[in-house]
Design a protein around this ligand. Sequence first.
Ligand code: FMN
Length: 320
Amino acid sequence: MFTIGKVRLKNQLILAPMAGITNLAFRKICHDLGAGLVCSEMISANAIAHGSKKTIELYLMTDRSENPVSFQLFGSDPKNIKIATEAITNTNCDIIDINMGCPVRKITSINSGAMLMRDQKNAQNVIKAVIDNTSKPVTVKIRSGWAKDKCLTYLKIGKIAEDLGCSAVTLHAKTAEQGYSGKADWSLIKKLKESLNIPVIGNGELWCPTEIKNMIDQTGCDGAMIGRAAMGDPDIFRRTEHYLKTGELLPEPDCKDKIDTILKYWDYTQKFGTASSGNIKLHVFQILKGFRGSKSLKAEIGQITDQKKLRKKLEQLKSD
Ligand SMILES: Cc1cc2nc3c(=O)[nH]c(=O)nc-3n(C[C@H](O)[C@H](O)[C@H](O)COP(=O)(O)O)c2cc1C
């Protein structure tokens, strides 16, 4: 167990923020399966400040049964960040996270995401605009730097975050230029942990319980953030929690177990009104990855446009 500010997490395992994936229903599934903290997809401070109905109604939706939950903001204009922070502070989320790692052009071209790592003054302004306008713990999610260099950007930004009063820093141990490819350099997580007094969360290429434990052991970090592995396998939280506690590796879920999970996800999307059938298909495809016959099944499911037929197909697969 560890704490981020005043928020106590039941374990060290955190669902990464993922645009298009970590909506309320998916966060709830990961929470049910053992995640100690779940994170929203990145939310535009500009959109909140401009009163976007979709952003406010959909992205700021929480349910008490998913707590603790962190909402992630992106943006670079302190005025809009202030308005967005106040709006988020009025929700039931527990933590506000600042995105300083997104390498996508749409985000960096508005000086947000990983671009903040190239402009430390602006990074400072953004952090201050959040901290000064909320009573909730604030965290930042960074990359090792923009490009491979000797500037140790992650250590500088980590220190700025700590000095300004942030409650934790997450390091995705890749550069912005790497995007999602190449290796994550976990040794940087260790260096960041050694240089800060606030909790450090390690992220990057954590695909199974043994890798997660290795990363925690090698770096001494406080928490492990899991992204892509959870997309097709939210049960990774339950197995990893068990492995960290007992050293025993539980069997991986089979195709039927995974379909069961997707049906529960579907039920949550209906309960919360969060996702389209396109989004459900995306999760179905993730879950089917690696199973025998998944290619033809994917093609077949891809053709189904009717929600009832899709549900029937999944239920049939479960009982086959
Ligand atoms: C589809 C997708 C969407 C993502 N969206 C976000 C986001 O909104 N905010 C963010 O900070 N990181 C985002 N990320 C990055 C993840 O949070 C995480 O840092 C990255 O996937 C590395 O972790 P992994 O190797 O466990 O996947 C996204 C990643 C993916 C694959």
